[in-house]
Structures are given as C-alpha cells and as structure tokens.
Design a protein around this ligand. Structure first.
Ligand code: BES
Ligand code: MN
Ligand code: MN
Length: 457
C-alpha cells in the first residue's frame, strides 16, 4: 500500500478530470424532466466500473431509476466488501443563487463546485478510483461489489425492492458507504449513527373557493392563518415537540455517553458566525451537537398557499399547504411517528377547516457499534492516512437504506465519509475539497486491507 500516494500523485489530474465529467451529467432524480440524464449517468457509472477493472457490470432497471451493479470476485473464500453509493443528485434550485452553473463544474481554491460534488458523486467515485489503484497494482486483497443507485435523494424505494430480490447477488461481509461528513480535515470522524425520517405533506382546506378577504375575512377560517397556528403549536416554549406520544420510545443516551460525545471539538461562536446567526436554537437542555444527533426534531420544509405574486391581492385562500419532516432517533419508527403525527395533526384542526396528511418516503434510524470489524478497519485506515484516530460521532442526516441493508442482508454499513458539514450539500454552491477527494482515494485501499486482515482473525 506504500505506493498509493505515488499512484495518486501520478494520476490525480486524470482523477479530477474524471469526476468533473461525471458532475457534468445533471442526474436529478426528483424531476422527471431529467430522466434521460439519469439514465445517461447510470451508463457512465457502469463504464467507469468497467474501466477500473470489475469483471462484470450491469445496469439493473427498476420501476424508477436504474441501479448500477459491478463486481470483482477474486476468490469466493475471501471476504467481500460491498460499496454502496448514489449517482443521483438533489435538484439545483434555487439556481439563481449559484455562483457558477451547477452542472458546469468549476475548480476554485482547492474545491470542486458542482451539484453532487460531495453528495454523493465525488464520494462514491473515490471508491471507483481506489479500486482502480488496487486492480492496477494487483493489491486488491478481497472481493469487491459495487451497488450505485439513482434514487437515494427520493427515498430509495426501488432499491429496497431490488435488495429484497437480490440477496444472493449482494451477499457480502460488510457494506461501506462514503456519503457522510467528518468534523474537519484535521479532526476526522466516522458516523456511527444516522437519524431516521418521517416526512409528510399537509393540506388545509377552508372554504370551497378563494374569497374576497373584505367580504368574508373575519367570518370564515383562513386556512393559512390556521395552518400557521397549528404548526406553531407543534413545539412548546422549550422547543419540545408536542405531537402526542412523540418521545415515547426515544432511546435515552446516558450521561457518560453524552460526556464522551461532548469531547468532540466544537465552537458555538464559529458556528454562529459561519451561518450569520446570533445564537443557536433548539430543544432546551441539549447542546447544538446533541440537537443534531441524539435528539429527534420537527421542521417545516416548505409552506405555501394564497397569493404570492407581485403586489397585493386581497384574498382569503381556500387552501394552505406545508411539507413537514421529523428526524428520528433510535427507538422511534418511521411508520409509528407518521401515524402519531397524522392523528395529532387531525385532532388539533379546528372545525373551520379540513386537513389531509399525505406521507412521503421515510426511513429508520441507524447505529453501528465501534467494536464492529468494519468500523475498526475504517478507523485504522483513517488513522493511517490522517495521522490521528477518527472520532466516532452520530450524524444528523438520514440514509434510509442502511437500516434496510441490516434487515434484509444482515449487514451493518460502515459510514466512512470524507465530506465536511460546510460542503453545502443540497444547497447552492455545493463543493467538495480536492484534499478530501484524494484523501478518500488514499484511505479506501487501507480499509480493504485492514478489513481483510481483521476478518481473517
Ligand atoms: N448523504 C446524505 C445524508 C447525510 C449527509 C448523512 C451528511 C449524514 C451527513 C443523503 O444523500 C441525504 O441527503 N439524505 C436525505 C434523506 C433522503 C431520504 C432524501 C436526508 O438526510 O435528508
Ligand atoms: Mn448522499
Ligand atoms: Mn443528499
């Protein structure tokens, strides 16, 4: 493995050119207008696996976007690493806030700017290039499988079906995913947890049509006013969530574990300054890091209705809408919380309106213990290349398929991500550090080596 740095040095310009090419494909999974681009991206990913040296690769069609699968089996007696990633990206909106166009990658000050650069093209492609290195230098120590999907950003529903139907094809000894972030480049970390998700759209209907707000206002329930009141009542003065039974099964993290987590470096003033906020906000009794990791939350993601065009229109709208999500922690289940939300939300609606709650995709929380062989291998690999032992931290985001993998394949996923919280994933000007990209390529071969050794014990 001593020559991995040399290999990267010799090939880094090409590695960067290749990720730039991949980032030029607008593989937005949420928007049907990009369907052919998503398909083109799948073909591109398949070809990249072939070029890197898999002995078999295919595009697996689903009811939605295709899954790219590839494998290199060197010896069935050796362990198998399954790499999971996603080639789909979030929509680029609001596009006018990007400094350069989202699908015309720009390299500036050591970062690659483009939609998907950190989430997740730049991250899964590190695995393809690390694999290329191991093939070219004859140092792949075990079998490798790749499953790169095109629907992560829309809930991975068809991947769930695919996994259930292809357990044998996907048989492996561990799953490795690079789709999370680290504390910083100086303080690497590995995610040992992810939050689950429950997401719904609510529709509040008042009168059967938009009304003149002078003729009817004051006497007929305004669905926007009412929706705002209902939303405001979902949290109390301590920012606890009031949905009945919401905290029933929440796993309480011990004071010892909380003290351990509090050791991770963090500066609230820097955090505030970076976000241009005066102070943090959240559940009473918990720190910023706890609020985004071990505690469940409720957020309105969007709210609309009535007149939002130029100027003023006096109208009492017929309908109001909101998209509401809840991040879940161990102990909570997505379906259970969705049901609790639905009945709570219906129960707080005044008779002046009708409400409709429509659930979207969800996902379960995920945890991996640090004594798992794959965690240990990832930790040692990062220690080798960063020079410091990575800190285990719980991530606030969600990768719903991790709990599916556990249930269906009996495998925990190790979340060896190389991004940073400041990469602006899902936001305008998403970027990924060239340092992070190359560091990932350097680290991954060690992961394979240590996992194979660890596994043989
Ligand atoms: N890669 C992210 C999840 C993530 C990012 C986890 C950083 C931890 C740290 C993933 O692509 C994502 O955006 N997931 C969605 C959920 C999905 C169902 C749309 C999320 O967390 O909102
Ligand atoms: Mn992702
Ligand atoms: Mn994402």
């Amino acid at each position: 493995m001593a020559d991995v740095k040399k290999y990267i040095e010799e090939h880094k310009d090409r590695f960067i050119d290749e990720i730039v090419d991949l980032l030029k494909i607008p593989s937005v999974s949420a928007d049907p207008a990009y369907k052919s681009e998503v398909n083109r991206c799948a073909k591109h990913v398949k070809q990249s696996l072939i070029d890197a040296g898999v002995d078999f690769a295919e595009i697996c069609e689903t009811a939605g976007h295709p899954i790219v699968y590839g494998e290199k089996i060197i010896d069935p007696k050796l362990p198998t690493v399954l790499v999971y990633g996603h080639y789909d990206v979030q929509p680029a909106d609001p596009i006018e806030l990007w400094t350069s166009p989202p699908f015309e990658p720009v390299i500036k000050d050591g970062y690659i700017y483009a939609r998907g650069s950190a989430d997740d093209k730049g991250q899964f492609y590190m695995h393809v290039k690390a694999f290329e290195y191991m093939i070219k230098t004859n140092s792949l120590p075990c079998n490798a499988k790749f499953m790169i999907e095109g629907e992560e950003e829309v809930g991975s529903e068809n991947l769930g079906i695919f996994v259930k139907a292809n357990k044998e094809k996907l048989a492996a000894d561990t799953i490795v995913i690079s789709d999370t972030s680290m504390i910083s480049n100086e303080t690497p970390s590995i995610a040992v947890g992810l939050r689950g998700l429950s997401y719904m759209e609510v529709e509040v209907t008042g009168p059967n049509r938009d009304l003149h707000s002078g003729l009817y206002g004051g006497a007929v329930g305004n669905p926007i006013n009412i929706l705002c009141n209902m939303i405001a009542s979902l949290t109390d003065e301590n920012n606890h969530i009031t949905v009945k039974g919401f905290y029933d099964n929440v796993e309480i993290v011990s004071d010892e574990d909380r003290a351990e987590m509090a050791k991770a470096p963090f500066n609230q003033d820097d955090y505030n300054a970076e976000l241009k906020i005066k102070e943090g906000f959240g559940e009473k009794g918990y720190s910023t890091n706890e609020r985004t990791s071990i505690r469940p939350t409720l957020d309105v993601n969007g709210i609309w209705g009535g007149y939002i065009g130029e100027g003023a229109k006096t109208v009492l709208p017929s309908k109001a809408y909101a998209k509401i999500s809840m991040r879940l922690v161990p102990g909570q289940s997505s379906d259970e919380i969705t049901e609790k939300f639905r009945s709570h939300f219906e129960s707080i609606a005044p008779d002046a309106v009708r409400v409709k709650v429509t659930p979207h995709h969800g996902g379960e929380p995920f945890l991996i213990p640090t004594n798992f062989p794959a965690y240990q291998a990832a930790s040692k690999a990062m220690e080798t290349t960063f020079g410091v032992t990575p800190i285990p931290v719980r991530g606030g985001g969600s990768i719903p398929i991790t709990s599916m993998f556990e249930a269906e394949l009996g495998l925990k996923s190790v979340l060896m991500g190389f991004g940073l919280a400041t990469d602006d994933i899902h936001s305008p000007d998403e970027h990924y550090g060239i340092f992070n990209y190359l560091k990932g390529i350097e680290t991954i071969p060690y992961f394979y080596q240590y996992f194979t050794e660890e596994f043989g014990k």
